[in-house]
Design a protein around this ligand. Structure first.
Ligand code: BES
Ligand code: MN
Ligand code: ZN
Length: 529
């Protein structure tokens, strides 16, 4: 396992005189309408240096934008242009990162800077020390902007160790040290943002590492051990239920899914208790549940071979919840947080559960199984019922639950279902974190379509029609939440895994979604109850 070894610090001295390998500046594309474009005589007029770049620009005697334009710079988001400084400033390289058009009267959106910082730091792999002089507004948005830049820089440096037997000469090591240029490096607020970003980025990297680990190396018992070891080290209380304990406890859903595998299922419970006695928020209890299918073959209702390898990421929800708890242990918010991680491997075998089975779940409800590939809701429902039994004021669950989420919302936007107010808070937290979500309904007709002839509910629509696939997941899970508990189900089937080339702070493989949303939400609940 790897965590980012990249360190982050603040500097406030002249960027032109910093002894680093590269200084990163922001570059805007100029808003030019068709008419003015025709009249552009100077290519440099299409570019605008972002605030923060002033002293570097001065060292270049006003010729920096012109040179960047000749190098092909356009200032579009994600663009990285490297320029040798040959003694003009102390650093041998100046790197211009595109920020898109300059927003009128404001600093760029935090998410723009998060992505830009990541692109620049990734492009500089192999360099030891890098300074970022990106815009920081001098108003109340400064904290959010600095946090985003810091997170982006660290997440862009993320790299999974992988399994190659020989080192790859073309894969340069991540940047070792990033310095963020700010007006005042001794400012306590700025220092707190950098400290938080470091904890958050480490948590995201943890979640990514677990997701990226090969599924033969991460089966329920070893996943449980890996999580438990990290959690104990972080000072969290840990409880692991093995297959005997699950049987004794009546966790029918987790056992049914896990019974087809030679590696037995687990339920891991991690808890953080704030030591700040008193206060309304401190008495709130947040339960987080994450789906931990270490590999999803579909079971007897087996999946097609093409792309099945990506189902090693079917434990991304559990990885995110575990990583969130690790960060919570360090950030110490004034709210109690408990994580529930049901873990199972969904395999076809002579012992597998089958379509037609009726399973008695942890809360006593009976479920008619129609498709063994809808396994996530079976294990997550038991964990949600357990969380409600333990008692909680908020229940947030996240799972790679349905392909329907990807069809409906794509690879970037997660679906959220549950009680209205909590869904809105999840959405706001996701927006602040740069992890967008969109609310989805729980319609009566979808529930009706899941009525069972023989049991209390079918696991999926009996006609197996794919209509409202994502919603069926939410409607099913609702049955396992105690009355009056505000709850939210975040379907992350798309956003939890990135199959394409690296972009922004997303590297190939696990993304760590929704760790940052969950941490933002925990902060919100700690502050506002
Ligand atoms: N793990 C999958 C959902 C998934 C699909 C995650 C694509 C990530 C990317 C889940 O267990 C599953 O198989 N869902 C089925 C449910 C169906 C059989 C009712 C699906 O969405 O097709
Ligand atoms: Mn499945
Ligand atoms: Zn699954």
């Amino acid at each position: 396992m790897t965590s980012p070894s990249t360190t982050l610090s603040l500097v406030d001295t002249d960027p032109a005189e910093l002894a680093v390998d590269a200084v990163v500046i922001g570059l805007h594309s100029q808003n030019t309408d068709a008419e003015t474009t025709e009249r552009i005589v100077n290519l440099a007029d299409t570019l605008l240096l972002a605030s923060g770049a002033e002293s570097i620009a001065a060292a270049f005697d006003g010729r920096l934008t012109e040179t960047l334009a000749l190098l092909g710079a356009t200032g579009s988001p994600g663009e990285v242009i490297k320029l040798a400084t040959l003694g003009t400033i102390t650093a041998p390289l100046v790197v211009a990162v595109g920020l898109g058009p300059e927003p009128t009267g404001a600093a760029p959106a935090p998410e723009t800077l998060r992505r830009a910082a990541a692109s620049a730091v990734r492009a500089l792999a192999g360099a030891e020390r890098v300074a970022l002089t990106l815009p920081v507004p001098d108003d109340e948005d400064a904290g959010a902007v600095l946090r985003a830049t810091a997170e982006g820089a660290l997440l862009g440096a993320y790299r999974f160790a992988g399994y190659k037997t020989r080192p790859q000469p073309t894969r340069r090591p991540p940047v070792a040290a990033v310095a963020l240029h700010v007006p005042d490096a001794s400012d306590a607020r700025a220092q707190a943002e950098v400290a938080r970003a470091t904890v958050v980025a480490r948590a995201v990297a943890r979640a990514r590492d677990w997701v990226n680990t090969a599924p033969n190396e991460l089966r329920p018992p070893s996943f449980a051990e890996s999580v438990a070891a990290a959690a104990r080290e972080a000072g969290l209380a840990v409880e692991i239920l093995d297959e005997q304990a699950l049987a004794a406890g009546g966790y029918g859903g987790i056992l049914a899914v896990g019974q087809g595998s030679g590696a037995p299922p687990r339920l891991v419970r991690l808890s953080y208790t704030p030591d700040t006695a008193g206060g309304d928020a401190a008495s709130k209890r947040v339960a987080l549940v994450g789906k931990g299918i270490t590999f999803d073959t579909g079971g007897v209702s087996i999946k097609p071979a093409q792309g099945m390898w990506e189902m090693k990421s079917d434990m991304a929800g559990a990885a995110a919840v575990a990583a969130t708890l690790l960060a919570v242990a360090e950030l110490k918010p004034a709210v109690a947080v408990t994580g529930y991680l049901p873990m199972a491997e969904n395999m076809p075998s002579g012992r597998s559960y089958r379509p037609g089975d009726v399973v008695t779940m942890y809360n006593g409800k009976r479920v008619e199984v129609l498709n063994t590939d809808a396994e996530g809701r079976m294990i997550v429902a038991d964990a949600m019922a357990r969380a409600c039994e333990d008692g909680c004021d908020y229940l947030i669950e996240t799972s790679t639950l349905t392909g329907g989420q990807v069809v409906a919302l794509g690879k970037r936007v997660a679906g959220v279902m549950g009680t209205t107010e909590l869904c809105q808070r999840v959405q706001a937290a996701g927006d602040a974190a740069g992890e967008p979500t969109w609310p989805m309904p729980l319609p009566d007709d979808v529930r009706k379509g899941m009525d069972s002839e023989v049991a209390d509910i079918c696991q999926v629509n009996a006609s197996m029609d794919r209509a409202g696939h994502m919603l069926q997941g939410g409607v099913f899970l609702r049955e396992f939440v105690a009355e009056d508990v505000p709850w939210a189900h975040i379907d992350i089937a798309g956003p939890s895994y990135h199959s394409g080339e690296p972009t922004g702070y997303w590297t190939k493989g696990g993304t760590g979604v929704p760790v940052r949303t969950l941490l933002e939400l925990v902060d919100d609940i700690a502050a506002n109850g």
